[in-house]
Unconditional design. Structure first.
Ligand SMILES: Cc1ncc(C[n+]2csc(CCOP(=O)(O)OP(=O)(O)O)c2C)c(N)n1
Ligand SMILES: Cc1ncc(C[n+]2csc(CCOP(=O)(O)OP(=O)(O)O)c2C)c(N)n1
Ligand code: SF4
Ligand code: SF4
Ligand SMILES: [Mg+2]
Ligand SMILES: [Mg+2]
Lengths: 281, 552, 552, 281
């Protein structure tokens, strides 16, 4: 099956989202050849430029609300843990409006993959600052530059209990592809912050190209080391920007804690009700 | 004295188990063949303060209590002081003699506990034992009911109850009515039972009065029932989990009150356009905002009618007693699945936390035909434009198919579009579903007709006021009209039951006459509104007096 | 050719500045004495796709465009292909000859830019220059308007426009109408101006079409205006910041669309019981849910009417053009403060992002008496039970006083209570405010009467359909009734303007006739509903045809 | 003025909330004697047992919504930065429903004091687990014990940018009083996680008494050290529980970034409007 849908693609030429789409397509194709049938994937999208991936991919999907991919994903997984759920979220989407859910997804170790198209701007609404915009970013809601420091999503995820944390960059497609693959294969909450270039509102290509380097995979299970690596770059001050897997750890997942039982039959339910009512006479 | 009805008030401090004791009394009356209602009044605190329950039994179905009682069971002096005047002239006062000074059946709870070496929490068993004797009921009633109602250390409890029973004297005689004994449940439980009956797979709830106990009820039986019950980080998360779950094919419901419902309305509109089934149990309480957390109101009807941006089909029901709650909770869940839309079941604190006799034999089993279409239709189109507006439902994974749901305007495949024709076509499709639902509803007897069904003066009511209106309608010769389905408004059924009505009084627990506003939209002017909005339900005598004055 | 009206369509890809170019054209027509409306049509994307604006000028106030145009300005081939058929037989096509093939006024934009060494973004100046010449307008019009409208590098832009002007030929002549030139603003700007006029101190907005530009407008002048403009983490935070701000004495407003409004309703109910003023600008768009982010609808009226749990006083207005938006935004802010309640100003994408001539001289200055009571009243009681229901307003810090606001039922001091009498007394107090507000509203001319004011057939409309109904009412001899205030529903004013109406057509952009439902509550049956719900506003010719058919 | 109001207090006897109330009362009394008039305080309360403090204190106050103290506080501070804003929040309140706001309060360095009555249970709604409940906690919504690990609020606040972070305990009133005082005097987002004993639903008194010890004030400006200390105890596993100031740091506040200007007069506003419209003709 062609993984790219018939929907006309309206991302700006040069947008980093194309890279993410391409990488995702490759991974799903690979995995389909291995053991994960394409129809087992469900893409849960937020609202924003990132969310358009929903239309562009030939995958099952739930195009939900701005900021709310995680609880929708949780519901899908509770219903059917055989479904491979990919949350496609934006930085405005899941670091602002929906941050609460993101943290609880991590805390519960929900077994889903979260790909954050972190372009550090509300792109679809024409360029306002987001929680990861650099201090001083001038957008349409902050013409004189935002005064706040950005959040560091990796740190946040680390302390929230995410069991797989990585950072990718749309300027490094192959690596990104590998990270997405690992994220999907990880059992537990797999979070990938993707530095996604928005050529229109926040083109950081040069900056990223000059600053990125690759993390080694050594000691990715070491929380303290992960913390140090996460803090190298605070999304604001000039520093080396590590790419790769930051942290990985195996822990019981939400779904393992809430397994899907064989449902009662209609008759069994009726018996339950009768018994309960008997105790009330 | 032969009792065709009997009322018992039990009061004490929060944390003293008034609600459980009340339930035991309700079951005792049920055991004796009474039809029972319990009103439970408590402030929003954990210990101290004043809680009380009024349990009323009658020889007919009831849904309200009186302001006068035949028995006053006082766990402390405050209860005696606050409620003594409610006691009828022949009434019996049963009280903890070590915590209150009064005349009547004195129960030396502390001593009895000490004699049995029992902990303080068992004190209520003594009061209950004394009550059974004072009410002239057989010990068998106490033993049977306590055995069923008390999960732990039943033997010690029974010994204490027996001691108190033996020491107390018979003051009157509540003899068995001869009618079949019916089980007694809270409204929350009735809703839960309906959901269970209808095959619920997931329940999500963030704690909030008056539906927290629905969460607790379902989770306490969750393992046995093989239902998952989740308390997420917020109400927003709760309903979105339910929608995700529905997308993947499992029936889900959520429960909350007005404040939490506010946080769900964005998802409600999503359910509307994405055509996802979900049932929201909305337990109303006194507002606006935090209001009175543990008191009642019927003031969220207008909110429910309009909640969520834009027009989309929805089902709103407001059952009026336990039978209806159970039947309609089940039916609503079925209907949300059949029509792929959100439903709101309006309840309130009176219903949720009050107790009612449940008569499953009398309960209407609403038949809903769930055969939607060939489930294995292939190639599959999630939003195919059918004549009924209902598209066949399939769930992922479906080999070779792509199943997309979408909050944007979408084409039949679920892909986003901004095309004007498709925008209109999809809106029309959703409206066709609404019309189909409206038709099906009309056939489900959605407007209850009761009281004196031929009277030309009618009481129009909804939800928890059903019982009291029914009772007074019968007594005062008034027709009672209670729409159980409020949206889609059952116009034909409503017109049918209104035939011959010359004057209509609306009885509601809110300050603006929300149902009156709704029916006016359909051409029924009901200017006579009898409203109560101080957090308490109508009491029988109170409403009778108000009606008497209003009608004359 | 003498033009009593003229229509211009300009189209191209997103990111090509169609909206700004449209604004320049609108200002040019305004400069010539036309009354102007611009409709701006764009999909939800940043670059590519197809955007277009239709600018219409007329000798009378208008609020809608036609489906035919006198000028078609095409920045690319797609525009020519999509819109050529809209061009009247005498119409003029102006096009980028390096991007499209057509007959008409060819503008070699690339060459002109190269000749001036100017960047691509200045291409529109060439088109505009050519248009001015083709329309037979003086160069002065181009120069004056461009100087005002283009903030950067005006000289290069003017040189490019001039070159194009010089190379183009005169095709027709849009001569000055002789009427006073009026400024042209978007609806968002008109709202912003009203808020500014009324002393706004804080604006909070989370980006969302169609009100994002209100946020951008206010922040772009924030420093100069000494207004704080904040983009918080969510809509919930936005409105709560506004409420905190109001508590401390500063006027605040928020803006959003339906999806964001969903996240504000809990706070709306809070504002109701805590009696805090806040103005919510609710820009409607096509729903349900995410719907069509950049298209219009009038489908949140029922939502606004019921939003938030329980009954509480609220003000809902739906101005219908820039004059009304500015006047009523100012008045609403005043009224929220006077009556200490939340207000919702309903707008929609058509109004928010469309452009209108603004006539401040004609604008009604709504006089609102803000002297509430002795501001220094002491001892101070936040919720004193006054006859009007309005309690004097003081703000912290107030030496020796304690100022408490509370989301629970509270006593006059703002301390939580569960007392039944106080619960009722406070609800009654809030209802008295509502009645006072309703009285004051009746005196504010809340229902616009227009068209043929004596006709017995009426068009009932609200919001953005005002202009088109007014225009067609005048033309077709129909009375036009447009309630600007929708809640408290101005019953007396409405009855007055309805006197003599025998048949009433409701014109709305939603699928259920939401205004028709509202007026039915007040006894006005309007079964003739003309509805459009494909995301686009009514076009003049379209509605004229629909009305013609419906009436006959 | 008597700081304790006439409202009858209905907390359970022995509830840790009494200690917090007492400590707060002392601090406000002290500060009033110094330079902070009582009427300059505003107490912003969430919904829960903690929120009842609103009724019990004779202070200006805003009794808001469950989970929403922070944005209300932000609004008050934007209107009048002379007001001393105290947020009284619960753990359900601001670690679940309102976590998003808490993080953004910290990110913005909003100059308010946040006192979290962290009893690790939804008390007012009769004892359900909260985000800080220990794994295995049996409440009415988790009769078989909750399977999730708790969040560590100190870590969360640290990575979110809070500029003052402390932990108190209702079993140590004097120290708590000192912490509240320091928090109020701190310029910036001052967060105090208070281990509040709930005698009815989650009585951890013995556990706390056995595990608490005092942090020294040394190096409280050192982020790395703070992080180590914050991680000593994860709110779940047996460990020493440090009390005191974890971290302090001076940074520009939200209010400093958004100072209250002298408003324009009616005439100035009119002139602005006229000028703007002139540019539109
Ligand atoms: C509740 C709600 N608020 C606001 C919006 C409007 N909105 C749509 S997209 C968007 C910005 C998205 O930014 P981000 O998540 O960073 O995505 P991007 O476009 O950058 O990929 C917003 C605010 C919405 N759809 N829903
Ligand atoms: C939106 C909303 N959801 C739910 C509630 C119900 N509610 C009231 S208090 C409370 C629990 C409070 O727990 P916590 O914040 O820990 O406070 P505590 O009672 O433990 O002090 C809840 C869920 C509410 N008032 N509002
Ligand atoms: S605006 Fe930015 S994020 Fe959106 S499509 Fe264009 S480049 Fe990509
Ligand atoms: S339930 Fe717990 S938190 Fe609430 S008052 Fe009682 S002890 Fe305190
Ligand atoms: Mg983004
Ligand atoms: Mg708590």
């Amino acid at each position: 099956m062609n993984l790219i849908s018939r929907a006309p693609n309206v991302w700006c030429p040069g947008c980093g989202n194309f890279t993410i789409q391409q990488a995702l397509k490759e991974v799903i194709t690979q995995l389909a050849a291995e053991e994960y049938p394409v129809e087992n994937n469900v893409l849960v999208a937020g609202i924003g430029q990132h969310g358009k991936l929903f239309d562009y991919m030939n995958l099952n999907g739930f195009y939900g609300l701005h900021g709310r991919t995680i609880p929708i994903a949780a519901g899908i997984r509770l219903a059917n843990p055989n479904l491979q759920v990919l949350c496609v979220a934006g930085d405005g989407d899941c670091y602002a409006e929906g941050l609460d859910h993101l943290i609880f997804g991590a805390k519960r170790n929900l077994n889903v993959t979260v790909l954050v198209h972190n372009n550090r701007v509300y792109a679809l609404t024409t360029g306002q600052y987001t929680p990861t915009s650099t201090k001083g970013y001038r957008g349409r809601s902050t013409p004189e530059g935002i005064e706040e420091l950005p959040l560091n999503p990796l740190e946040l995820m680390l302390v929230s209990g995410a069991s797989f944390i990585a950072r990718g960059y749309t300027g490094r497609r192959e690596q990104l592809q590998g990270l997405i693959r690992e994220a999907i294969l990880h059992r537990g909450f797999a979070f990938v912050d993707i530095l996604q270039v928005c050529v229109t509102y926040n083109n950081l290509t040069r900056y990223y190209n000059e600053h990125v380097y690759d993390w080694t995979k050594e000691g990715v299970e070491d929380y303290e080391k992960a913390w140090e690596k996460a803090r190298e770059w605070d999304y604001n001050t000039d520093a080396k920007i590590g790419l790769g897997v930051l942290y990985r750890h195996r822990a019981p997942t939400f779904e393992e804690n809430h397994p899907v039982p064989e449902p009662l039959t209609r008759d069994e339910r009726r018996t339950f009700i009768e018994n309960l009512l008997d105790r009330r006479v | 004295m032969e009792h065709k009805e009997v009322s018992v008030l039990i009061g004490g401090r929060a944390g003293e188990g008034i609600s459980s004791a009340g339930q035991v009394i309700a079951q005792m009356l049920g055991h004796q063949g009474y039809r029972v209602h319990m009103y439970y009044d408590y402030p929003s605190l954990i210990k101290g303060g004043h809680n009380f329950a009024i349990i009323r039994g009658a020889d007919q179905k009831i849904g309200a209590v009186r302001n006068t009682v035949d028995f006053l069971l006082a766990l402390n002096q405050e209860t005696v002081d606050l409620h003594r005047e409610k006691l009828t002239s022949e009434g019996v006062l049963v009280f903890r003699s070590d915590a209150a000074n009064a005349e009547g059946v004195a129960v030396p709870v502390k001593r009895l506990l000490e004699e049995e070496g029992a902990p303080a929490v068992m004190g209520n068993s003594a009061i209950l034992g004394a009550f059974v004797r004072a009410a002239g009921m057989d010990w068998e009633v106490a033993e049977t009911v306590l055995r069923k109602a008390i999960p732990k250390q039943i033997d010690t409890n029974l010994r204490i109850a027996r001691r108190a029973y033996d020491e107390a004297e018979v003051k009157t005689r509540i003899s068995p009515l001869g009618a079949k004994a019916l089980p007694v449940v809270t409204g929350n439980e009735a809703i839960g039972l309906g959901l269970i009956q209808s095959g619920l797979g997931l329940y999500c709830g963030y704690p909030m009065s008056p539906t927290s106990n629905l969460l607790h009820f379902l989770v306490s039986h969750g393992t046995e029932l093989r239902i998952r019950v989740i308390q997420p980080e917020s109400e927003t998360a709760a309903i979105l989990m339910a929608l995700g779950c529905a997308y993947a094919g499992i029936r889900a419901a959520v429960g909350t009150s007005g404040g939490g419902f506010c946080l769900m309305v964005e998802a409600l509109s999503l359910a509307g356009i994405a055509e996802l089934p979900v049932l929201v149990v909305l337990g109303q309480r006194t507002g606006p905002s935090t209001g009175l957390a543990t008191y009642t109101a019927q003031a969220d009807l207008q909110f429910a009618l309009g909640a969520g941006q834009a027009d989309f089909p929805r089902l709103i029901t407001a059952p009026g007693d336990a039978d209806e709650l159970m039947a309609w909770a089940a039916a609503c869940l079925d209907l949300t699945w059949k029509y792929q839309l959100p439903a709101i079941l309006l309840s309130d604190k009176t219903l949720c936390e009050g107790m009612y006799s449940l008569d499953t034999s009398q309960m209407r089993h609403l038949q809903i035909d769930l055969e939607l279409a060939d489930k294995n239709v292939s190639p599959y189109t999630r939003y195919s434009l059918t004549e009924s507006g209902i598209s066949p439902l399939r769930f992922p994974p479906a080999s070779g198919e792509i199943i997309r749901v979408n909050s944007h305007v979408h084409d039949p495949d679920g892909i986003t579009t901004e095309n004007e024709e498709t925008t209109k076509a999809m809106a029309d499709k959703r409206m066709r579903k609404m019309r189909g639902l409206a038709e099906e509803i009309e056939a489900m007897d959605p407007v209850h007709l009761g009281g004196d069904v031929d009277a030309s003066t009618a009481l129009l009511c909804w939800g928890s006021n059903k019982g009291i209106c029914e009772e007074l309608g019968t007594k005062m010769g008034l027709r009672v009209i209670q729409p159980v389905v409020l949206w889609p408004f059952p116009e034909r059924s409503f017109a049918r039951v209104c035939k011959g009505v010359e004057r209509m009084f609306t009885v509601e627990c809110n300050e603006s006459g929300q149902l009156a506003r709704l029916v006016r939209q359909f051409g029924y002017a009901s200017e006579d509104v009898i409203l109560k909005y101080n957090g308490r339900p109508f009491f029988v005598d109170e409403l009778e007096a108000l009606l008497g004055r209003a009608i004359s």
